[in-house]
Design a protein around this ligand. Sequence first.
Ligand SMILES: Nc1ncnc2c1ncn2[C@@H]1O[C@H](COP(=O)(O)OP(=O)(O)OP(=O)(O)O)[C@@H](O)[C@H]1O
Length: 158
Amino acid sequence: MSLEKTLVILKPSAVQRGLIGEVTSRFERKGLRLAGMKMMQLTDELLNEHYAHLAGKPFFQRVKESMMACPVVVCCYEGVDAVQIVRSMTGATNGRVAIPGTIRGDYCVSSQENIIHTSDSPKTAAEEVNRFFKPEELFEYKQCTLQHLYYEDEYKLV
Ligand SMILES: Nc1ncnc2c1ncn2[C@@H]1O[C@H](COP(=O)(O)OP(=O)(O)OP(=O)(O)O)[C@@H](O)[C@H]1O
């Protein structure tokens, strides 16, 4: 168990279909804490870095163009084992085979337009959070003035 930060990108398919609230509410309901969130237009340069592992694939250019179709919403979530939790809530790459109950399983029928990107390991998550957010853009919950909302017992409020 470790306290982790992980990156979620609400892709143009989520933005254009008006699914931002639906998807982010799932992570909030689960109990993950939103540490950072912003809308941004991705660039070819940033996507070459982010999707470097896809560089040899026939769909690489098409995926990059899809990711630049409109601004995306980039989120950083924090929680114990957050990387694995978010990844399991995401579901398989192809929305047609992703299990119902997962985000891709519930909201898409495509491999490419699959609603969200989520970091796939703690190492990748650390790199991706660093790629998309400056440290000052992330809220540190340990400085939260309302920590009793999460840890009432430690604050002797119950
Ligand atoms: N066969 C394919 N056809 C079209 N697009 C694809 C295909 N495979 C992957 N992609 C696109 O490239 C993205 C990255 O592919 P990857 O293999 O890293 O999948 P993933 O880890 O499930 O997705 P992500 O990294 O976005 O969370 C996918 O999310 C999808 O948008």
